[in-house]
Design a protein around this ligand. Structure first.
Ligand code: ADP
Length: 208
């Protein structure tokens, strides 16, 4: 799937897919609306500068989106990951994407919901988004596609996780370096997750 075929949330508002929210958590910012997309489908098929992998601390592959990315990228990804020495929760590391149509994979390790206190888990999840975005900027990448980190096998409730993701990305878009990214794509797999994002996006990215 090419970037040109993924509509921005500005276009989603125009076509009526996204409706204005009663509650606005950030002021409208027209520039942001062209920087964000919501895409439902397989993240491994995206032809963009970087996709994010919801990895585990070993970085050696696992289930869910991690398994899908390793399977699609091929064994060379595993070989590169072996040299990275793992990754702490809330941190991110970048690799090549091998057989994937994207250019890079940013591996981030989300918190396991059943471990630690509420505040620490929230900070770790937020840190996944922040460190991934920073890696994209440091590597001059123009696009980054995020799966819904920690909300699968790691058990983070989708609503709470989506608030964290949208708030951090919105603040990033408003920051000085935010304009260096052309597109941030939120990738959802299930219909339920898509509904949560469609409900909450207008609260963080209101239509002016
Ligand atoms: P975690 O261990 O961080 O919870 P999971 O891979 O179990 O990670 O789930 C994270 C999210 O990724 C879930 O919403 C899951 O449905 C979704 N997902 C699984 N496979 C894919 C895929 N190929 N593309 C995009 N999202 C996916």
């Amino acid at each position: 799937v090419r970037l040109a075929d993924i509509r921005t949330i500005g276009q989603a508002f125009q076509s009526g897919v996204l409706k204005a929210a009663a509650k606005q958590r950030h002021a409208p910012n027209a520039a942001c609306l062209d920087q964000i997309s919501l895409f439902q489908g397989d993240i491994t098929g995206l032809q963009v500068d970087s996709i994010v992998n919801a990895a585990n601390r070993s970085l050696l592959g696992g289930g869910g989106v991690d398994g899908a990315i390793h399977a699609a990228a091929g064994p060379e990804l595993y070989e590169e990951c072996k040299g990275l020495g793992g990754c702490e929760t809330g941190e991110s590391k970048i690799t090549a994407a091998y057989k994937l149509p994207s250019k890079h994979i940013i591996h981030t390790v989300g918190p396991v919901y059943s471990r630690g206190d509420v505040e620490t888990r929230a900070q770790q999840l937020e840190s996944c988004y922040r460190t991934s975005l920073n890696l994209a900027i440091e590597n001059s990448l123009k696009h980054i596609a995020f799966p819904s980190i920690s909300t699968g096998i790691y058990g983070y409730p989708i609503e709470a996780a989506t608030h964290i993701a949208l708030d951090l990305v919105r603040r990033f878009c408003d920051s000085d370096v935010g304009s260096k990214l052309d597109r941030v794509i939120f990738v959802v797999w299930s219909n339920k997750d898509k509904e949560v994002y469609e409900t909450l996006i207008p609260e963080y990215f209101p239509c002016p």
